[in-house]
Design a protein around this ligand. Structure first.
Ligand code: AMP
Length: 432
């Protein structure tokens, strides 16, 4: 199937070609005809499946005809990073439509956003808090909204945004097209969907695509040797872009600094960074200026870097849901990727949760050439087991709509050495 099968105008088809998409992903195949026909959509899918284009293309097609100069489509997303990514995709796919898009989120000045609203952007991609601010100050007028998209609704719920979402919903016209996407369907999201969508068409895309292309492995290791093991693995594995997850901001920052000192092009993405530094880290990682990004879950939510070859969980994610989200960063859109999770004996119950949710046991990998018996040095703070982040009311537990995946090929690293910055080997990569 090609994109020509859908009723998209030539200017949008040209942009799809320019972006380099040739074949629609499963969610696009399912969602496009329905959304183009004007149906409400309930999409059970997560990032990595191509869901952004699945809602962006119908949105652009609808807006390409009709009035200009006022807000007609709103996409609400949980994080600034995700909002930026959605915005980028809308701008790329809509490059020949003349429609104007903008982002609205906190942590940056309000005035540029107010000015862009005044100039009459037709599409807004927003995080809930700042959008509400601007609505309350009467800068953002949603009274002529035609399309509303709620993306990663479960994550917005986890982050406590549901009351904000409901306030936003109270100010949009009831006659509109709504698309709601969520990786999981807890009761509150089901209720939100019931309240928000009219006769929705339900589209369910499991983890099938990323899972097909991602191999998982657990690396048992004492907590105090995790950093050593990471360095060892990086040394013996041929990697592209590597995303390392830690449980705390401090650990992310320290580890990135250590890797930098070792000559790796590494950066961190964690909540303590200013908006500018976050953006610099993210765009640097996307553009290949950094080979390794060490991130925390919240900071890395929705990161879309197609060239991520390895996700390394230095700390086991708190929930199986967080695990699938983390590994969704690699193997995106049919590329292959490896997900390595370092597990210490204390992680046993988290590992059981993850395996239960994946429906399979994950391979354990023990490396012959790594010394697992090095004793713990005195005063080793970095390699202590970090505290758990609080779970909001147990939210974010795995839901039954998860796709399969799990125990695929053994991902024991092999092949050439990891790249360090000194040889400065040039490398071509695409960010999309
Ligand atoms: P998303 O799930 O929207 O975050 O998309 C995941 C990745 O797939 C992004 O890097 C997109 O640019 C890419 N992508 C989306 N649709 C397609 C497609 N039809 N062909 C190839 N790549 C795609």
């Amino acid at each position: 199937m090609t994109f020509d099968c859908f009723k998209l105008r030539p200017s949008i088809l040209e942009a799809i070609t320019a972006v380099g998409y040739t074949t629609p992903t499963p969610i696009q195949e399912q969602a496009l005809p329905l959304a183009l026909a004007g149906h409400d959509i309930l999409g059970l899918a997560q990032t990595g499946t191509g869901k952004t284009a699945a809602f962006a293309l119908p949105l652009l097609e609808r807006l390409a005809s009709g009035p200009r100069g006022h807000l007609r489509a709103l996409v609400v997303a949980p994080t600034r990073e995700l909002a930026e990514q959605i915005y980028d995709e809308i701008v790329s796919l809509g490059s020949k439509t003349g429609l104007r898009a903008m982002t609205i989120y906190g942590g940056v000045g309000k005035n540029p956003q107010i000015n862009r609203l005044k100039r009459g952007a037709e599409i807004v991609v927003a995080c809930p808090g700042r959008l509400l601010d601007l609505m309350n100050d009467r800068h953002a007028d949603l009274s002529k909204l035609e399309i509303l998209v709620l993306d990663e609704a479960d994550r917005m719920f986890d982050m406590g945004f549901l009351p904000d979402i409901r306030r936003i919903l109270s100010q949009v016209p009831s006659k509109r097209q709504t698309m709601l996407f969520s990786a999981t369907m807890p009761t509150d999201i089901r209720k939100l969907a019931d309240d928000t969508l009219t006769n929705p068409k339900v589209i369910k895309i499991g983890l099938s695509m990323p899972a097909e292309t991602v191999s998982h492995a657990l690396y048992p290791v004492p907590t105090h040797l995790k950093t050593n093991l990471l360095k060892h693995v990086l040394g013996i594995t041929r990697t592209g872009s590597v995303l390392v997850f830690t449980r705390t901001k401090h650990r992310a920052k320290r580890l990135a600094q250590q890797l930098e000192q070792m000559g790796y092009k590494a950066t961190s993405l964690q909540g303590n960074l200013s908006q500018n530094r976050r953006q610099e880290a993210l765009s640097g990682f996307k553009a290949g200026r950094y080979d390794i990004m060490v991130a925390t879950d919240i900071a890395a939510r929705g990161i879309d870097v197609s060239s991520v070859t390895h996700v390394i969980n230095l700390d086991v994610p708190d929930t199986a849901d967080a695990y699938t989200h983390r590994i969704g960063r690699t193997g995106r859109a049919a590329r292959t990727g490896d997900a390595l999770t370092f597990v210490s004996p204390e992680d046993a119950s988290d590992v059981r949760d993850i395996e239960r949710a994946m429906g399979e046991k994950i391979n354990r990998v023990v490396l012959d050439d790594f010394d697992y018996n090095t004793p713990k040095p005195a005063g080793d703070i970095l390699n202590q087991r970090p505290p758990r982040q609080p779970r909001p009311g147990g939210a974010g537990r795995p839901q039954s709509n998860r796709g399969g995946g799990g125990n695929r090929s053994n991902t024991s690293p092999g092949g050439g050495g990891a790249r360090r910055s000194q040889p400065a080997g040039g490398r071509s990569r695409s960010t999309r």
